[in-house]
Design a protein around this ligand. Structure first.
Ligand code: CO
Length: 218
């Protein structure tokens, strides 16, 4: 017998499908033939930051990869495969790393509770915190310190993205590809642009210090 919670999903899906079709009768037929998203979105798995919804876009516009605390790790074959497919096959023009304030993964990297397996994943964020220890130690209020690390984490992950083989070779070929760092506010539903717009290797080298200088220091 179906579980009532799954029934809820199925029922909401039927309503959504019917509403979408009534707005645009060809919507699914059109979308089923091909996807041509302009954006790759790398975001946090947090249920409160659903990629397409927070930018008000219908299915078909964002290619999405989400993991805990929106991390781009050089040995993560899953994330790297998504990036390669998005850039080389779908030819997205923008890659957005989107963090969010109040991120539980970032908070755990600061507080270090016992979490088992996931502690290994969070170590990537601890590395970011370690790299920026001086800056973070200046921030007394724990929630603010977490938010500052959320911003720094996005910046570091955009830099990691710029160093991937896929992005470097795309730039070498002259493919249009711009990397961006955004951060989402759970409290107001708004995205903020951290000011990284990396369109090539020179941008990557120059933007890092400039963007760090612009961040609040307390
Ligand atoms: Co999060």
């Amino acid at each position: 017998m179906p579980h009532p919670h799954i029934d809820e999903l199925l029922e909401k899906n039927r309503v959504w499908s019917a509403e979408t079709k009534s707005r645009d009768p060809d919507f699914f037929a059109r979308l089923s033939k091909q996807q041509t998203p302009k954006y790759l979105w790398i975001g946090c798995a947090d249920s409160r930051v659903p990629a397409s919804q927070v930018v008000g876009m219908d299915p078909g516009h964002l290619f999405v990869h989400r993991n805990i605390a929106n991390v781009v790790v050089h040995s993560d074959v899953n994330c790297l495969s998504v990036i390669q497919y998005a850039v080389e096959v779908l030819k997205v023009e923008h890659v957005v790393v989107c963090g969010h304030y109040g991120c539980g993964g970032v908070k755990a990297a600061l507080d270090k509770p016992e979490l088992g397996l996931i502690e290994h994943w969070l170590r990537h964020i601890e590395d970011v915190a370690h790299r920026h220890a001086d800056r973070l130690n200046n921030v007394n209020e724990p929630e603010t310190r977490c938010d500052r690390l959320c911003e720094l984490n996005v910046i570091e992950q955009v830099m990691n993205l710029a160093r991937t083989t896929t992005v470097r070779t795309a730039w070498q070929r002259g493919q249009t590809l711009v990397l961006h760092g955004l951060i989402y506010g759970l409290k107001d539903g708004l995205l903020r642009d951290l000011g990284l717009d990396l369109a090539g290797p020179d941008d990557a080298a120059q933007s890092y210090d400039r963007v760090l200088k612009r961040l609040p220091t307390d």
